[in-house]
Design a protein around this ligand. Structure first.
Ligand code: KG4
Ligand code: ZN
Length: 349
């Protein structure tokens, strides 16, 4: 089975072609970062319009790169949510229309399931069951992944998502958009131990998160300094350290409470090296293992949608004609995937 994957939930237009026997054939991405940079964040209407401009040419480019034609495509998987309503609708309308024209099956994919399964595109993949920490710009979720499609949400952010806290703190420090990578870069110049930031919600039971207080703490700390470049770097590091510690404490707790030994970390924030290093150290200490997607598949991409779609389509699932876009869509409401096809590893390396 050959599946075209389409991702348009936020500010990246992602397209990929996944072959159930040969793995990932092609993956193309168009990032809207420069479009939104002037505004300091994603402008939903501009995002939708840009997906309209870029999606069809990107699909043509991706099919050519994969060396397939529309006639080879058996299924089209598209992100149907969660995400920005207008942006999702662009992907959903194009996907459904192409599926109709090409007589292919269409399948609505949950964006966070895409992130969750992204490590499966690597050669070294986790076995089920495992605990997944999903950290993106819109979500922070701790999930018990019983098996494919069977997700139990153990905890989530009660306010800002981790990526959102990175972005808002970076904006406050004048680092521009997207803030996560910029803040990580600046934190490298920071001196450790200059400020004592809190580790939110680690002193009480449970696996929920809260990150909006950290952003305010950073803001208050910054306002009380002389605002030198070194102060800024020290605050960036103290903020990042607080996030790293908090995530590590919660992941350790999730592993212990579930009795599982495998941790999967995915979503845009999982590209952060300090987070990756600390979670590797923590899982080793717990005699467990941690799996991440490659850096390019931490942030939004079409490959994870093509892969998740291929799994569900191969298991006989497909969606009926009405176009579905679900800006809010709970991960634990997904249908289980009864058949467990074993797919090959990514062939693009
Ligand atoms: O998964 P993603 O591409 O989009 C959403 O589904 O939201 O995640 C984007 C988020 C942004 O908030 C971005 O600042 C953050 O991931 N991010 C990072 C890093 N790279 C991306 N945060 C911290 N460190 C990074 N290296
Ligand atoms: Zn995402």
């Amino acid at each position: 089975m050959i599946v075209l994957g389409i991702e348009t939930s936020c500010d990246e237009t992602g397209v990929a072609v996944y072959h159930s026997q040969h793995g990932l054939l092609a993956d193309c991405l168009y990032s809207q970062i420069s479009l939104h940079q002037d505004y300091g964040g994603v402008v939903p209407e501009l995002a939708s319009r840009d997906h309209i401009r870029k999606l069809v040419p990107l699909i043509e480019e991706c099919l050519a790169k994969a060396n397939v034609t529309s006639e080879d495509i058996n299924g089209i998987a598209y992100t149907a949510g969660p995400g920005l309503a207008g942006a999702l609708l662009v992907g959903a309308c194009v996907a459904r229309s192409l599926a109709w024209a090409w007589q292919a099956s269409a399948l609505a994919v949950h964006h966070m399931e895409g992130h969750l399964l992204a490590p499966m595109l690597e050669e070294n993949r986790p076995d089920f069951p495992f605990v997944a920490l999903l950290v993106s710009g819109g979500h922070s979720l701790m999930v018990k992944v019983v098996e494919l499609g069977n997700y139990e949400v153990l905890g989530e952010s009660l306010d800002d998502a981790v990526g959102e806290a990175f972005d808002k703190t970076a904006k406050m420090l004048g680092l521009g958009y997207p803030g996560g990578p910029a803040l990580e870069k600046l934190a490298k110049k920071g001196n450790p131990g200059c400020y004592a930031f809190p580790r939110p919600m680690t002193d009480r039971r449970g696996l929920d998160f809260s990150f909006s207080g950290l952003k305010t703490f950073a803001m208050n700390t910054w306002s009380q300094t002389a605002k030198t470049p070194q102060d800024k770097a020290d605050i960036a590091l103290a903020f990042q350290d607080a996030i790293v510690d908090t995530l590590a404490i919660k992941c350790r707790r999730a592993l212990r409470e579930t009795g599982l030994e495998t941790l999967v970390v995915a979503g845009g924030v999982s590209a952060n090296k300090s987070i990756r290093d600390e979670l590797k150290r923590m899982t080793a200490e717990e005699n467990g293992e941690v799996y991440f997607p490659r850096l390019a598949f931490c942030t939004d991409n079409g490959a994870m949608i093509a892969y998740a779609g291929c799994l569900r389509l191969s298991a006989g699932q497909e969606d009926s004609l009405p176009i579905t876009a679900l800006p809010r869509w709970p991960l634990d409401s997904l249908k289980p995937i009864s058949v467990h096809p074993i797919f090959p590893i990514d062939s693009t390396g």
